[in-house]
Design a protein around this ligand. Structure first.
Ligand code: GAL
Ligand code: ZN
Length: 687
């Protein structure tokens, strides 16, 4: 196999030379080189600089920057500038500006002020990307491309203009074929919503009251497809002129406007923008698992290692700011990204900008441009990590546990949360967090991926069910898998219509050995549980948790938001309700089926319950933790060709401990088992 042109590149920064005087560029390049920077990303918002007037392309400045950087050994990635159409274009074609749900046209002056179906805009993009691609195709110092920037970001609603409406109609016609099929799928007999033709269908502008959940689900899926198509148009051009360059896109983990599994399909690798500091007053431990989850889902988009295209490099802030990053914290966050599968870390941004919205989103260099604390810290980190990155490159954790992530389920729950606080992502992350706290590596998978390699598969809120998906779950369990399904599973069909042919959870009732004929939406109340059947002998629990969780004892086990009142049809109960009129009815069940088992969790487990449930699941599935650690210390692993690298990272401001892994050699770090604040230890096990 031919080596990829990005192999061996591991550290970079996002650079905006056009924001600074030409005389400064050389200093920047030198400072970057001294720091160990190997690559920059440029130009993703520089449309006006590259086409100041219609048809007058100017790439000279960019080429000059690329050439200068190359003299310092730095390669370039170019961003297509389609997230920032310039004022001349908008004035000439105001219909490029998007229409929001209220029917208002959004103005110029921010970014992402573009309708993605707009034919005129697509023509301009075709012109720009073609010109850019042709110009840099043979430039030996350009190695790849980023399409647009964080597609799907920046507008609450996707555009609902006439052009988008027509595209939606076309998308629906392709999906349903006939208007009768659409009427049936959407249940338009309700409130006289039948359509006589596809041309009658609207974009879902704000209504007087209510909306059709089926329409909304299709709209969200359409918007996602539109973004994928918008990107594809750019990919096609770049592939044509620059066959040797890679193409990627900077995603945002769990942002939901576009299905990232789809968006990444035609890309060489996924990229992610990681900002642990966010706008938080502090970066509490509460968020460590969120950061890890961001990285794990990004790895899941292609089941492949990935890049961080923007890694936090200082205080975050637009109008308000987060806290200063503690000494060592930026390095620890970057190392966390590597630990979860990043092969390259590009820091955002090189130098803090002086103008525009992001004046307080701090770069490696401060406004003054003088290297300081952050520069030194990251320089040291790069010096430490660079020597091991080549061998680690391409290695992945081999997770025994997977969580199913589905945009369609998420959309459907967003459209009708049922309980006001029921949130798909929150639910997914509750399970994730419990695994994270135990240092159990997790993969995120699509519901079409291969489940077979996982010992434990957690599929929260499988609200929309199709015969095909149900079959996949049956097959997984039959083959020996342990599957966790939850409340609100099997409620609706693929079109977001309630199913009525049997009791909940529909066809999966047989797999779970249960039936649900009654349920309770737990408004402002927790339901108590008796979990005596859930207890596992601690000897069986192969994870050690020396954490002060602050979690109450078994007596305090509770569920929230929802209570499925379960009738056993072959399953055994692991936990019964202990309050409400259904006290004594099962809430959590287990059913042996084929060579495996299906668990059903009829509520959203509060912390103490989740802890007990996970003890049981991990013990049953014989899943191993990477080891015990104090709170705020994370263990993560990457493996390749029989070699393993184990990372221990301390996110605490104080020293903290972890269990030293057996059979590993320490390759970075001094006192095995004890980490200084924000320190990382790296272990290796040879094949
Ligand atoms: C990212 C974005 C960057 C910059 C950064 C800081 O989401 O891709 O362009 O805006 O946030 O706000
Ligand atoms: Zn539009």
């Amino acid at each position: 196999m031919m080596a990829k042109n990005y192999q061996g590149i591991h550290f970079g920064t996002d650079y905006y030379p056009e924001h600074w005087p030409r005389e400064r560029w050389e200093t920047d390049a030198r400072l970057m080189q001294e720091m160990g920077i190997q690559v920059v990303r440029m130009a993703e918002f520089s449309w006006h600089k590259m086409e100041p007037r219609e048809g007058q392309y100017d790439f000279d400045w960019l080429e000059e920057a690329i050439t200068l950087l190359a003299q310092y050994g730095i390669k370039s990635i170019l961003g297509t500038p389609s997230a920032a159409p310039p004022a001349w274009m908008i004035n000439k074609h105001p219909d490029i500006l998007p229409i929001d749900r209220q029917g208002r046209r959004r103005g110029f002056g921010g970014r992402h002020h573009d309708c993605q179906s707009n034919a005129t805009y697509r023509k301009y993009i075709t012109g720009m990307v073609t010109a850019m691609a042709k110009r840099f195709a043979d430039n030996p110092n350009v190695i790849g491309w980023q399409t647009d920037n964080e597609l799907g970001n920046s507008h609450g609603d996707l555009c609902m203009c006439d052009s988008c409406r027509r595209s939606f109609q076309g998308w629906l016609e392709k999906k349903y074929g006939t208007i009768e099929a659409l009427n049936a799928a959407w249940g338009t007999h309700f409130w006289s919503q039948e359509y006589n033709s596809f041309e009658e269908i609207f974009a879902p502008l704000i209504t007087v009251t209510g909306e059709n959940p089926s329409t909304m689900l299709d709209w969200k899926c359409f918007c996602s497809d539109l973004i994928v198509d918008f990107q594809q148009m750019q990919i096609d051009i770049i592939r044509k002129y620059c066959p040797n360059h890679f193409i990627t896109h900077n995603c945002m983990a769990f942002a939901d406007k576009v299905n990232y599994f789809d968006l990444n399909k035609e890309l060489d690798f996924a990229s992610h923008d990681q900002y642990p500091g966010g706008f938080y007053a502090v970066m509490p431990h509460e968020y460590n698992h969120d950061m890890a989850a961001n990285l794990d889902i990004t790895r899941g988009f292609k089941h492949q290692t990935f890049w961080i295209m923007e890694q936090e490099s200082g205080i975050t802030g637009w109008e308000i700011m987060g806290r200063a990053t503690r000494p060592g914290q930026l390095a620890a966050w970057a190392e966390q990204s590597i630990a979860h599968g990043a092969d390259a870390i590009v820091f955002f941004r090189w130098r803090t900008c002086t103008a525009g919205t992001e004046q307080y989103w701090h770069g490696i260099l401060p406004h003054s441009g003088n290297p300081g604390r952050r520069y030194d810290e990251l320089k040291q980190m790069i010096a430490r990590m660079q020597p091991v990155m080549d061998e680690i490159e391409g290695s992945m954790p081999r997770s025994e546990v997977a969580i199913v992530f589905s945009y369609r389920q998420e959309y459907a729950i967003q459209i009708q949360p049922q309980h006001p606080d029921l949130n798909y992502l929150t639910q997914v992350k509750k399970y994730y967090k419990e695994l994270y706290r135990r240092n159990v590596p997790v993969d995120f998978v699509q519901d079409t991926d291969d489940f077979g390699k996982y010992k434990l598969l957690i599929a929260p809120l499988q609200y929309l069910m199709t015969p095909e998906l149900a079959q996949r779950y049956f097959d997984y369990v039959k083959g020996g898998g342990r599957l966790v399904l939850t409340m609100r599973t099997g409620v609706k069909d693929a079109h977001n219509i309630c199913m009525s042919d049997r009791e909940l959870p529909g066809t999966l009732g047989e797999l779970c050995g249960i039936e649900i004929c009654d349920y309770d939406c737990l408004r402002d109340v927790l339901v108590k549980l008796d979990t005596s059947n859930l207890q596992v002998e601690s000897a069986q629990v192969n994870v050690i948790s020396e954490r002060e969780t602050g979690v109450e004892s078994a007596a305090g086990c509770a569920g929230s938001k929802w209570a499925d009142i379960i009738t056993l049809k072959g399953a055994e109960s692991l936990a019964d309700y202990a309050s409400e009129y259904y006290a004594g009815s099962p809430c959590i069940t287990q059913n042996h089926y084929g060579d495996g088992a299906a668990y059903y969790v009829g509520t959203e487990p509060e912390e103490a319950l989740m802890e007990q449930l996970m003890d049981k699941l991990l013990a049953d599935a014989e899943v191993k933790s990477l080891g015990a650690s104090e709170p705020g210390v994370e263990l993560a692993i990457r493996e390749k060709d029989g070699s393993k690298w184990l990372f221990a990272i301390n996110f605490n401001e104080e020293a903290a401990t972890y269990e030293v892994p057996a059979d590993f050699e320490i390759v970075q770090g001094e006192v095995k088992g004890t980490l200084k604040p924000y320190e990382m230890h790296l272990y290796k096990k040879f094949s």
